[in-house]
Design a binder for this molecule. Structure first.
Ligand code: CTP
Length: 428
């Protein structure tokens, strides 16, 4: 989660900035908005205020009712002295849409409104997303302005081609889509700490056939695994995602392998294990399956079927047995009730994992089929980290932080000659 300042200048594409703000909030960022006076002709500040839950500023002279605080932060006792408090505290300043006029001002260091003054004062990464008529965009003046900004380290999020606002016109100049704006902005925020690391993620819930129509399944939606995959990509990892029956948009930049049953999950994981450095086993894999699935539809006039179940393979346990010493293996444990953390620790030890992410499924509103989770991450070195109820994106960040910590500790151990190699680094 980052403090994101969104600067909106006056073009028809300002309506897309609303969606970008909504998406940014959804991804867990604390968002404040500054608008140029011209942009208010396209989108009113009430809309941004409703989405971000924070006041929008337009003039350099208007006091900030939130006193420079971002959503989720306590209100400071005193109002900030500077009208630039918002940008001083921002971790990213995204200007979208950036009109030709705003780009020209930014390129020349003008500070004639709050948005441009904030850009001049920004110490955080700045990204601009141009949006305008194609002839204005292709004009050498605009191109020179963009070049100048890029040379100074401003990220330019290129506009796309297609129908433009002026009736019947086609060309380049459409504001990038909100998700792209955020992806590009977040890439500036996140150092690629997973560059060169191969991460295997499993997600979703397996389905074990009873007949050609029915199956035994579970409530896992795949959201946690998809959030993990997305976060790993953001940190520069090479990500393979094995998904069991997930109906979500596939995160950009991952290699997807689809499976249905626990047996297919076992096969797919077996194929991929060698080629990964980190395994995040968030899929809900069935523990039992019908012993004799039939390849036809069981008709009800045959009477109530008697389902005999047989155990499936414990995929995670099997993978952990065949692991390389340098791999980090993380399991997930859905446990019911107060003993959840203790039961999770048992799983960590029994399955010989490096970490286990425990959630208490007796709590309402978190876990299965929810956008939120509340977990405790237990690691092999005895650490215990509680992540309070929050969006799964935030939980994913905490999990990847812990994996990073374990990998760094292991790296330290391996480069220390006295303690190298002979014992499993997963246990040190
Ligand atoms: N898991 C697996 N294969 C299975 C069942 C579970 O790989 N057949 C993995 C899950 O992906 C998860 C972890 O094991 O990462 C914990 O799952 P869980 O079903 O809670 O573990 P069990 O040891 O089966 O514990 P329980 O006693 O709760 O059934």
């Amino acid at each position: 989660m980052a403090r994101l300042l969104l600067g909106v200048s006056g073009g028809i594409a300002a309506y897309k900035a609303l969606e970008a703000a909504r998406l940014a909030v959804k991804r867990g960022h604390a968002v404040r908005v500054v608008q140029t006076p011209a942009s208010e002709r396209f989108v009113g500040r009430a809309s941004f205020e409703a989405i971000t839950g924070a006041p929008v500023l337009v003039s350099e002279f208007e006091p900030d009712p939130a006193r420079g605080a971002y959503p989720g932060e306590p209100l400071p006792e005193r109002a900030p002295i500077s009208h630039l408090a918002l940008v001083e505290r921002a971790e990213l300043y995204l200007i979208a849409p950036a009109t030709a006029n705003t780009l020209a001002k930014l390129a020349h260091g003008q500070a004639d409104n709050l948005l441009t003054a904030a850009a001049l004062a920004a110490a955080c990464p700045v990204a601009v997303a141009p949006a305008m008529n194609n002839r204005m965009y292709l004009n050498p003046a605009t191109q020179a302005n963009l070049d100048a900004l890029e040379r100074r380290g401003v990220a330019v999020i290129a506009p796309t081609e297609g129908p433009l606002a002026s009736h019947g016109e086609q060309g380049v100049g459409r504001l990038a889509e909100p998700a792209e704006l955020l992806d590009a902005g977040e890439a500036l925020l996140t150092p690629p700490t997973y560059a060169g690391v191969r991460v295997l993620v499993t997600a979703g819930g397996t389905r074990e056939p009873i007949d050609s129509v029915r199956f035994l399944g579970n409530r896992s939606s795949g959201r946690m695994g998809y959030a993990l995959a997305r976060e790993a990509v953001r940190r520069g990892a090479e990500v393979t995602l094995i998904a069991a029956n997930v109906a979500l948009e596939v995160p950009a930049g991952v290699r997807l392998v689809k499976v249905q049953t626990a047996a297919e999950m076992a096969d797919a994981c077996g194929n991929e294990l060698d080629a990964c450095d980190v395994l995040l086993m968030s899929a809900a894999v069935a523990d039992f399956r019908p012993a004799a699935a039939v390849n036809r539809k069981i008709k009800k006039d045959e009477g109530i079927p008697k389902l005999e179940l047989e155990p499936t393979e414990d995929v995670l346990r099997l993978l952990a047995e065949h692991r390389r010493a340098d791999q980090v293996i993380v399991g997930f444990a859905a446990e019911h009730g107060e003993a959840a953390v203790e039961l999770g620790r048992g799983k960590l030890e029994r399955k010989r994992l490096d970490a286990v992410v425990v959630n208490d499924i007796s709590r309402a509103g978190v876990g299965f089929e929810s956008d939120e989770n509340e977990v405790t991450i237990l690691t092999v070195d005895g650490e215990q980290r509680h992540v309070p109820r929050s969006r799964k994106e935030r939980v994913a960040r905490a999990v990847l932080d812990e994996v990073e910590r374990l990998r760094a500790a292991r790296e330290g151990t391996r480069t220390d000659g006295a303690r190298a190699d002979t014992r499993s680094p997963a246990r040190v």
